[in-house]
Design a protein around this ligand. Structure first.
Ligand code: PEP
Ligand code: MG
Length: 573
């Protein structure tokens, strides 16, 4: 019997597959043991053996797939796991306090990791993350619980999870996984954005379903409507197989627009670029017809690793993208960590309001060595293509000035060493806070370009957490206040004589294109999957009509009224 669960369509597509329940085993950890001290120690040793065997296997696989350098990371993990001092600390916790092995292990790992995280030396700080990782593996070993590896799932799998963090999403193997469904999360949560880059269908924010599903159960994910159909009957399965075929066919048909520029009926051209999270995504941008990258979210390069990527590692990644785009612009954003993106090896403080906290440019200006390394890698790569540098989460002109000063110092250092780079490299900012919208003209005098981050601009303008499905109905970029902020940013940029693009998800909303074109947006940047649809609608528009649409829309009072007006406008095209 069909059971339909509704959620938010986060990445379009249709999938039919078998459920994989991805949950942290929430086994209870008891403080006091009922066993003897010797028995607890034996459990501790057994758990360590299990963890070691897993790490050996990961090391071997990594050696084959990624080479010795990466495999050595896991050799380091094994050494840490076998650290005698750590073992005797846990041992004495068990002996002196009658703790269970799990409790003693957790406490010791926590104390050691906190101690390492508080040290000044970057190397030791990074080891804190490794230690927590190893601690989890060891803990699961002691408790005899399985630790899940998302890169090794069965074919035709649909992952169902409470929530996926971006590093979980990065692990997914597209050969085996057809879609994912999460209980919480919104359309602009970073795992949703990554799903769109990967062209992996996803429905998020479906509410508590994990306990109502069984492993291997057949489900359909309709990530166009935002529905999950559990136990579909034969008729529904047939209907959805046909729907899936149709979606795939349409996708292919739109690809004929690949070589075409986005030019309106009356001859105005806008740029249509793609958003990427790694060099791997460039292929999808080019194949969908994007003539440039409007946003490279570099933090995924940082999140994929066990320690900060070196200048050379970063340089290699940026160079590949610059070369593959062969002279088309590549806008690379400096590390935007914090909010919903954490680094396993960097102790970010626990904050009440992480999206209002220590994130993005704030972290980089406090820990300048991170920014300097990234700037130097970007400058070096700028020799190989048209790289533009972009700073995230700006609220104050002073932040732009400080970053510029650091960039100039990095340039001087490279000049001194005789290393070539693009002397005219552009430095722009993400405009994603009301602070910049109010003062756009003044910011535009100090930047080479703007790019509107509507994902954050919407949450900060409306005070609505972008990842909270409870209030997802309030998170609406069509809210007149957000549209007004976008208009102010575009006008402000043009008043200062600079170009403005949009790289938030709104740029890929085909219904929003007439409004944005009417406001005068110069470039649109989006997931590869949205590029053909945006080009298609651009070709049907005329500037004067779209300007009139904007005028009328901004006179309306609610998001619903504006959406209705836009729909009517589009239906007449
Ligand atoms: C945005 O805020 O719109 C944006 C593009 O940045 P991110 O989604 O990475 O925060
Ligand atoms: Mg943002």
């Amino acid at each position: 019997m069909n059971r339909i669960i509704t959620g938010i369509a986060a990445s379009p597509g249709i999938a039919i597959g078998k459920v994989f329940l991805y949950k942290d085993s929430n086994f209870e950890i008891f403080e006091k043991s009922k066993l003897t001290k010797e028995e607890e120690i034996a459990r501790l040793i057994k758990g360590r053996e299990i963890a070691k065997a897993q790490l050996e296997e990961i090391k071997e696989n990594t050696l084959v797939k990624l080479g010795k350098d990466k495999a050595d990371i896991f050799e380091g993990h094994i050494t840490l796991l076998e650290d005698e001092e750590l073992f005797s600390e846990i041992d004495s916790k068990i002996s002196e306090n009658n703790y269970t092995a799990e409790f003693a292990l957790n406490e010791a790992i926590d104390e050691y990791a906190t101690m390492l995280g508080n040290l000044e030396d970057a190397y030791f700080k990074e080891r804190a993350g490794d230690l927590r990782d190893i601690g989890k593996r060891w803990l699961y070993g002691v408790a005899n619980q399985e630790i899940v590896d998302l890169s090794k799932l069965q074919p035709e799998t649909i992952i169902v999870a409470k929530e996926l963090n971006p590093s979980d999403t990065a692990q997914i193997n597209l050969d085996n996984v057809l879609a994912f469904v999460t209980e919480i999360g919104g359309k602009t949560a970073h795992s949703s954005i990554m799903a769109r880059s990967l062209e992996l269908p996803a429905v998020v924010g479906v509410g508590a379903i994990l306990d109502t599903l069984q492993a291997e159960q057949t489900i359909i994910v309709d990530a166009i409507k935002g529905e999950v159909i559990v136990d579909p009957n034969e008729e529904t399965l047939k209907l959805y197989s046909e729907k899936r075929e149709k979606v795939l066919r349409e996708k292919e048909e739109l690809k004929v627009l690949r070589e075409k520029e986005a030019i309106s009926k009356d001859g105005y051209k806008v740029d249509v670029w793609g958003n990427i999270g790694s060099p791997k995504d460039v292929k999808g941008i080019i194949s969908n017809g994007g003539f440039g990258v409007g946003l490279y979210r570099t933090e995924f390069l940082f999140m994929d690793k066990d320690s900060f990527p070196t200048e050379d590692e970063q340089f290699e990644a940026y160079k590949i993208v610059a070369e593959e785009l062969a002279g088309y612009p590549v806008t690379i954003r400096t590390m935007d960590i914090g909010g919903d993106k954490s680094l396993p090896y960097m102790e970010l403080p626990k904050e009440e309001n992480p999206f209002l906290g220590w994130r993005a440019i704030r972290v980089c200006l406090d820990r300048q060595e991170i920014l300097r390394t990234q700037f130097k890698a970007l400058l070096r790569a700028s020799k190989y293509g048209k790289i533009k540098i972009m700073l995230p989460m700006i609220i104050d002109i002073e932040e732009v000035r400080k970053a510029k000063k650091i960039l100039e110092e990095c340039k001087a250092e490279l000049r001194e060493k005789g290393i070539e780079f693009d002397e005219n490299i552009m430095l722009g900012i993400m405009v994603e806070t009301p602070a910049v919208a109010f003062r756009a003209k003044y910011f535009s005098r100090e930047c080479d370009f703007f790019s509107i981050g509507t994902n954050d601009l919407t949450q900060y303008t409306l005070a609505v957490d972008r990842g909270n499905e409870q209030i997802a109905n309030l998170y609406d970029t069509y809210n007149p206040a957000v549209l007004q902020a976008i208009k102010m940013l575009i006008d402000g940029a043009h008043a200062g004589g600079i170009n403005i693009s949009m790289c938030g998800e709104f740029a890929g909303d085909e219904n929003a294109v007439p409004l944005l074109f009417g406001m005068g947006l110069d470039s649109f940047s989006m997931s590869g999957i949205s590029i053909p649809k945006v080009k298609k609608i651009m070709m049907k528009l005329t500037k004067a009509d779209c300007e009139k649409l904007v005028e009328d829309a901004l006179e309306l009072s609610t998001a619903e009224e504006i959406k209705k007006l836009v729909k009517e406008f589009i239906s007449k095209l």
